[in-house]
Ligand binder design. Structure first.
Ligand code: PMP
Length: 399
């Protein structure tokens, strides 16, 4: 009897599993709009030219491969925090933000989930819907995952009133997860006035705001505008926690480069928080990988390279937005009876199409188009070559 005989077959991952199914499909016009990874207009993975440039510089420097510290590369962490919070952020200038490098956004979410759990938190409140991986990440960190209203499926828009009402019902002191921008999967963000109201309710209820920032620069094309929600909360005096990912905005997906930071009351408190983050990282993966952090560090420490990055990131956002407009227009030209205006109102990587599970299944089985069962379409996989095919297929399943 094998010791693994009782290991049952686990279901494929709802998002990554799609790529596997797509790879096994030999239909020539098949389309992968499942995973949120940017593609250029020829459908190919895109390496930012500025990333290519600094990689050459890094190679030429013949650096060693010593271990990083538990908290990763300190200059990378400083630059990442400046990028998110802004150079003039008061807690940052006062040295009271604790920060560590993480295994991208996912790793930072998990580490902070564990830290919360070890300091008495038993639950976390995430939007409904949210990125699919939030639930298992926090569950595995020992937290009970609860949801607050976020989206109105009936009219494909933000359910702001429901959101505020639900946040008011969260017990005092609990942790609430907020998406900084380009909410995944809905692509619908609160407006700045709405963020002000959210901030004041969060303050009233003494909640702990935990921001997930996976798309800074990718939403509007302007990294400052995209960070407005986070910066507003910090200005309002919240002691926020933040997870940042450089997967999308710098196209560094497989390098696993991100940061976790926590705004504290004082430098001394920040030091204590930092020590606890490290206590959780050490027995988990010991220390983070170096290469991706070196790339980001080189870009963000140089004005010209940062400008190049901003321009290249905004061109990715621009291509996605032009595909949104074409997809919507093509659906209208085909005579669709549905209102598709939400496709161009949404921002970031995804179009939350409103297609039902059944429609998504037909899309996959009949048209070989792979998107998640909730109808989320990765706009990054839509190109000027396949947009018509995708629109015709969506029309066919949704007439
Ligand atoms: N948070 C959100 C909202 C995301 O959409 C993603 C990526 N899909 C992540 C976190 C984490 O991505 P990564 O681990 O590659 O940084």
């Amino acid at each position: 009897q094998s010791p693994w005989a009782n290991f049952t077959q686990a279901p494929p991952d709802p998002i990554i599993g799609l790529t596997e199914a797509y790879q096994n499909d030999d239909f020539p016009q098949k389309v992968n709009v499942g995973v949120g990874a940017y593609r250029d207009d020829s459908g190919m993975p895109f390496v930012l030219p500025v990333v290519r440039q600094v990689e050459k510089e890094i190679t030429a420097e013949e650096l060693d491969h010593e271990y990083s510290g538990i908290a990763g590369c300190p200059s990378f962490v400083d630059l990442a925090m400046k990028f998110a919070y802004g150079e003039d952020c008061v807690p940052l200038l006062e040295g009271r933000i604790a920060g560590v490098q993480t295994l991208s956004g996912t790793g930072g979410l998990r580490v902070f989930g564990e830290v919360l759990n070890s300091f008495g938190h038993t639950e976390i409140h995430i939007p409904n819907p949210s990125w699919g991986n939030h639930v298992p990440i926090f569950r595995n960190a020992g937290l009970d995952v609860k949801t607050y209203s976020y989206y109105n499926k009936e009219n494909s828009s933000l359910d702001f009133e429901g959101m505020i009402a639900d946040i008011k019902n969260i017990p005092e002191g609990k942790c609430i997860l907020l998406h900084v921008c380009a909410h995944n999967p809905t692509g619908m963000d609160p407006q700045i006035d709405q963020w002000k109201e959210i901030s004041s309710v969060v303050k009233e209820k003494k909640l702990l705001p935990f921001f997930d920032c996976a798309y800074q620069g990718f939403a509007s094309g302007d990294a400052r505008i995209d960070a407005a929600s986070l910066r507003l909360f910090v200005e309002d005096g919240h002691k926020v926690a933040l997870v940042q990912s450089f997967s999308k905005n710098m196209g560094l997906y497989g390098q696993r480069v991100g940061a976790l930071s926590v705004v504290a009351d004082s430098q001394e408190e920040a030091q204590r928080v930092l020590s606890q983050l490290k206590v959780h990282i050490r027995p988990s993966y010991s220390n983070p990988p170096r290469h991706g952090a070196r790339i980001v560090q080189k870009i963000l420490s140089d004005e010209q390279k940062t400008d190049a990055f901003v321009e290249q990131c905004s061109s990715m956002a621009g291509r996605i937005n032009s595909m949104r407009a074409t997809l919507k227009q093509t659906l209208e030209d085909l005579g669709s009876s549905r209102d598709w205006s939400h496709i161009t109102k949404q921002i970031g990587m995804f179009a939350y199409s409103g297609l039902t599970k059944e429609e998504v299944t037909v899309l996959r089985e009949k048209h070989h188009i792979y998107c998640t069962l909730d109808g989320r379409i990765s706009m990054a996989g839509v190109t000027s070559k396949n947009v018509k095919y995708i629109a015709e297929a969506i029309h066919d399943v949704s007439k």
